[in-house]
Design a protein around this ligand. Structure first.
Ligand code: SAT
Ligand code: MN
Length: 589
């Protein structure tokens, strides 16, 4: 194992950066984290003693903790998140931009002395399986012990990462401080040229666990473009068929649109031999393999899942996963000392304490758990975790699924004509906003590839990179679009969703195997009603027809909106996407 006194060593650069950060933030003490269980237990015990964390009922939820955040710090704050490049155009329309000089000038006073009276934790971590040539190391400096505990679940943390850095000399530095948690003094700054993140003023997941959205998506997407791979906001799953063969798929959905549920799906078609294996629920790093296929790896080691709506029916595997060794953030607490959230049971139990720590009034209109409350759980605890989830080369991908939350317009499922058209389908995706980010909920916004908040560079260049990748993958995956959220005239969901989504996955499997009935429409291939196995579902033929319907008038409006979005992307939008839009318009008539 590498030690800090190895000298001279590839750790020198790390050590001097840590010293610099300490000189700026002025902590009382500096603690290098080794990632051990003993260290986790000691930090947790200390936080429980201070009243910062609550230990849950140890019989029902062994080794589980409850954290209540500051009420103003409950979701990603996209308007305070910046890409800091010398040239504004390199950040592009989908990002907030600041020059690196201005970013440093604005953030330095926020970091100055911010750790006085606190401990500065140095957290080396790896994104990816340690033995994988594609794993990347990061080091997060933080004054939040809650972040340290979460990082131990979400990443491979400590000695294993320090060894990697000692060997390669490479790591992505990230400086994080809670600051005073005032949103007025909160900034999440990315410096792609230095692989650096500065985050101050928030302790919330996506703002503070710097390995996740900041490194594994925003910075990694810029590295991926440079190096010829893809860093995407995608789940990875394996669909096993009756012959025992497993076909892998990735799926891009915006935050809080069911990625975790789809990744952990428990199949109602298990008797027919169809079951789902979980590889990842949020992020996929994808490379072209020696066999000319696209291979995907989950860089994370845990799940940071949305709690509300999760229950034994909607996601039994998540329920089993979160039963131990987990951290719950901003959920409610029952009198028994167990976590509770809306949807866990039909009605809130008596004696509930809400996410703010107050006695819950069942007559109140506000929820007991915050709508973006979360569980942080080790991936290996998932009963459906794939035996290949830590394979150093990843798993070979046969299908990419794009999906949004759309009450109208988008049918249950369709398949793109080819990679280029699939890139257009991803680039023109839209979804209703959710509680995963601050701001209004339920507004339709364009969310290309579910990456709008996470593309670390100009979105036009990002689309160009996708098109170019298509040229480099001799055997590209098929590309699909799904919408589990279509509603009828009364506003009711038309599709049962959750486990039943396996029926749609099965059609995709048929399609990539050269079977599977489909009719060609203006937007792509839509299943013929008999090509979907709907046995046992309570759906009338008219309902199936409506679910699969492509309404040309609605789609002409959609094309208009896509065009307006493409205009905003600006001159770096690839011409091929304009041509795809023209093609769609022509087919719509
Ligand atoms: O960004 S988080 O990691 O906090 C969760 C999400 O929005 O996907
Ligand atoms: Mn996500």
């Amino acid at each position: 194992m590498a030690t800090l006194s190895d000298s001279p060593s590839k750790l020198d650069h790390l050590k001097s950066w840590v010293e610099e950060c300490a000189a700026l933030t002025k902590p009382d003490r500096v603690r290098w984290c080794d990632g051990s269980e003993a260290e986790y237990d000691a930090i947790a015990a200390e936080l429980v003693r201070q009243g910062e964390l609550t230990r849950l009922n140890d019989e029902l939820y062994p080794n589980c903790l409850l954290s209540r955040s500051d009420p103003s710090d409950v979701a990603r704050t996209e308007h305070l998140t910046y890409i800091c490049t010398p040239d504004k155009e390199d950040a592009g329309y989908t990002n907030n931009w600041m020059s690196p000089d201005e970013a440093r000038a604005r953030a330095t006073p926020l970091f100055d002395g911010t750790m006085r009276g606190r401990t500065m934790y140095v957290v080396p971590y790896l994104m990816g399986t340690p033995s994988s040539p594609f794993a990347k190391a990061g080091v997060e400096i933080t004054d939040s012990p809650y972040v340290v505990l979460n990082m131990r679940i979400m990443t491979r943390m400590g000695a294993v990462a320090l060894d990697h850095i000692a060997r390669t000399g490479e790591f992505a530095p990230g400086l994080h401080s809670l600051g005073d948690l005032d949103p007025e003094r909160r900034l999440i700054l990315h410096f792609p040229e230095e692989n650096l993140v500065w985050s101050v003023g928030s302790g919330y997941g996506g703002n503070a666990l710097l390995g996740k959205k900041c490194l594994a998506l925003r910075l990694a997407s810029t590295m991926a473009r440079r190096e010829g791979w893809l860093a995407e906001h995608m789940l990875i799953l394996g669909l096993e068929d009756p012959s025992g063969n497993v076909t892998y798929m990735t799926g891009a959905f915006p935050s809080a649109c069911g990625k975790t549920n789809l990744a952990m799906l428990v199949s109602p078609l298990a008797e027919q031999g169809y079951r789902v294996w979980t590889v990842g629920d949020d992020i996929a790093w994808m490379r072209v393999g020696p066999d000319g296929r696209l291979w995907a790896m989950n860089p994370e080691a845990g799940f940071f899942g949305v709690a509300p709506g999760t229950n034994e029916q909607t996601n039994p595997n998540a329920m089993a996963t979160l039963r131990g060794n987990s951290i719950f953030t901003n959920v409610a607490l029952t009198a028994e000392g167990t976590p509770w959230w809306e949807g866990l049971t039909d009605a809130p139990p008596d004696g509930l304490i809400d996410w703010r720590g107050q006695t819950y009034d069942a007559a109140s209109k506000s929820p007991a758990a915050h709508p973006n409350s979360r569980f942080t759980s080790p991936a290996r605890q998932c009963p459906g975790i794939s035996p290949h989830w830590e394979d150093p080369r990843g798993v070979p991908i046969s299908a990419i699924i794009f999906g949004g939350r759309r009450a109208r317009v988008a049918p249950l499922v369709y398949q793109s004509f080819d990679w280029r058209h699939g890139t257009f389908v991803g680039a023109s995706m839209a979804s209703e906003t959710t509680a995963a980010a601050t701001g209004k909920v339920g507004v339709v916004r364009r969310d290309p590839m579910a990456m709008r908040p996470f593309i670390g560079y100009n979105a036009g260049d990002y689309f160009g990179h996708w098109l170019e990748m298509g040229q480099r993958i001799p055997n590209p995956p098929a590309i699909f679009h799904v919408n589990w959220f279509r509603r009828d005239a009364e506003g009711k969901f038309m599709w049962p969703g959750f486990g039943q989504n396996v029926r749609v996955l099965r059609w995709m499997l048929d399609r990539v195997s050269g079977r599977g009935g489909a009719r060609e429409t203006a937007i792509g291939y839509v299943p013929t009603p008999d090509a979907l196995d709907l046995d046992g579902l309570d759906l009338t033929p008219a309902a199936v027809e409506a679910l699969l319907h492509v309404d040309h008038a609605e789609w002409r409006d959609e094309a208009q909106n896509i065009g307006a979005f493409f205009d905003k992307i600006g001159p770096r939008l690839p011409a091929a996407l304009r041509q795809e839009l023209d093609g769609l318009r022509q087919r719509l008539g």
